[in-house]
Design a protein around this ligand. Structure first.
Ligand code: PLP
Length: 407
């Protein structure tokens, strides 16, 4: 595809207007919104409002005056159309890892007598580490099986199935409905990590029979570096599940200051300590980038962008790179990985040319397509630059081989 043809696709793109909601540097093609979403234009003012006016002028009265105390649920409600869940089932809290621990522990406790957490081999490391730590603590077993064998691995000892919906490396997507059904048929609960799904593809948590889920705020939700995470607990389970990290913010009456814990009746019971207000101000601006956006349009554009990138790269680079994501766009999330033996150096050379993706060991170059701000010409240009770098072996320089702490 020529750049002109790509510009025509932009002209008929129903989401083209949304790019205006972001501050992106001139001349940069940002293909890493799956790692850190771009800065929403509204975020700096939202941060200044929360810091300078609310914190600076209204001080502690802001907990009531600006309803900070309710932000974990009121901001979570903005996520409702993005993930297809009733708002009373969503909460902003902690980090993805901590939320995962809370929900996994709560789920295990709700299935007494069952000793196994089933998950997928090569799941995102934090998911595996959280499960392993919990299993060590409670004397459980973590059974990690190949991705296609999860349903077949469930039995009457399975307490919980824990999966990442969109694989962080390959972008392969699990059939959420089928796994939930299989978990329920085995008498188990399912916990989903939606870090690479929320804001990227169309989700219907309520309609897919989901029990529990967590997800990142700082990727496709554009909440900023280290943004708090979100929790989903189906309303039918909220009374039954207990928060393993009991704290005063999850108490039915935090300001009664009584000695004994009595959980809040709703999703708020999954709070622990004081919410991070400044970080939530940024996350609210991030969620605001989805105002008036239909997730069906997001998913459709995601598939078109990633398909275009695969076609352009394969047509230009031939066998120098190998697609390591599912070829069918319906079988993947919103990023693509290409394998190359020198993937790290190639990615650094791309970044030096203004095409920002990232690298995942051992050899994967990862390119994220964020339908709210990635344009079709960006995709074509990124493929062109990748081709130039490979043809000229531009990556073959010591400065591109030196590994940084964050890849
Ligand atoms: C699938 C998945 N889960 C969790 C995380 C990160 O967890 P946390 O937000 O606790 O650092 C990531 C980060 O990339 C991820 O890809």
């Amino acid at each position: 595809m020529t750049l002109d043809e790509a510009r025509q696709l932009d002209a008929s793109d129903p989401l083209a207007f949304a790019r205006e909601r972001f501050s992106l540097p001139e001349g940069v093609i940002y293909l890493d919104g799956n790692s850190l979403g771009a800065l929403p234009k509204a975020a700096p003012a939202a941060l200044a409002e929360a810091a300078e006016r609310q914190w600076g002028e209204d001080l502690i009265s802001s907990w009531n005056k600006h309803e900070w105390i309710d932000w974990p649920t009121t901001i979570a409600a903005k996520l409702s159309p993005v993930v297809g869940a009733k708002p009373n089932q969503l909460l902003i809290a902690d980090s993805t890892s901590v939320c995962l621990f809370k929900l996994l522990a709560a789920a295990v406790r709700a299935r007494p007598g069952r000793g196994t957490i089933v998950t997928q081999q090569a799941n995102f490391p934090t998911d595996l580490y959280v499960a392993q730590g919990l299993a060590d603590m409670l004397g459980l077993e973590v059974k990690a099986v190949p991705s296609g064998q999860v349903s077949g691995a469930l039995d009457d000892d399975t307490a919980v199935v824990m999966l990442t919906h969109v694989d962080y490396r390959s972008a392969a997507v699990h059939d959420m409905r089928a796994i939930n059904d299989a978990a329920h048929a085995a008498g188990a609960l399912a916990v989903w990590d939606l870090s690479h799904s929320a804001g990227a593809i169309e989700l219907d948590l309520d309609g897919s029979g989901c029990d529990l889920a967590v997800g990142c705020g700082y990727k496709y939700l554009n909440g900023g570096p280290g943004s708090p995470a979100f929790i989903y607990v189906a309303d039918g389970l909220q009374g039954e599940l207990a928060n393993p990290l009991q704290g005063w913010m999850g108490h039915a009456e935090p300001f009664a200051f009584v000695d004994d814990y009595r959980p809040n009746q709703g999703i708020v019971r999954f709070l622990t300590g004081t919410p991070s207000i400044l970080a939530m101000a940024a996350l609210e601006a991030g969620l605001g980038t989805f105002d008036g956006i239909a997730m069906g349009d997001v998913q459709a554009k995601s598939r078109k962008l990633s398909r275009l990138f695969v076609d352009e790269v394969e047509a230009r680079c031939g066998s120098e790179v190998r697609l390591a994501s599912p070829r069918d766009p319906a079988q993947r999330g919103s990023h693509i990985v290409f394998a190359h033996a020198e993937g790290y150096a190639v990615m650094q050379a791309l970044i030096a040319r203004g095409v920002i993706g990232d690298f995942r060991a051992p050899n994967l170059m990862r390119f994220g397509f964020t339908p709210l701000y990635t344009r079709y010409p960006d995709v074509v240009r990124a493929a062109e630059i990748l081709t130039e770098i490979l043809e000229a072996r531009e990556w073959d320089q010591p400065r591109f081989r030196a590994r940084a702490k964050v890849t």
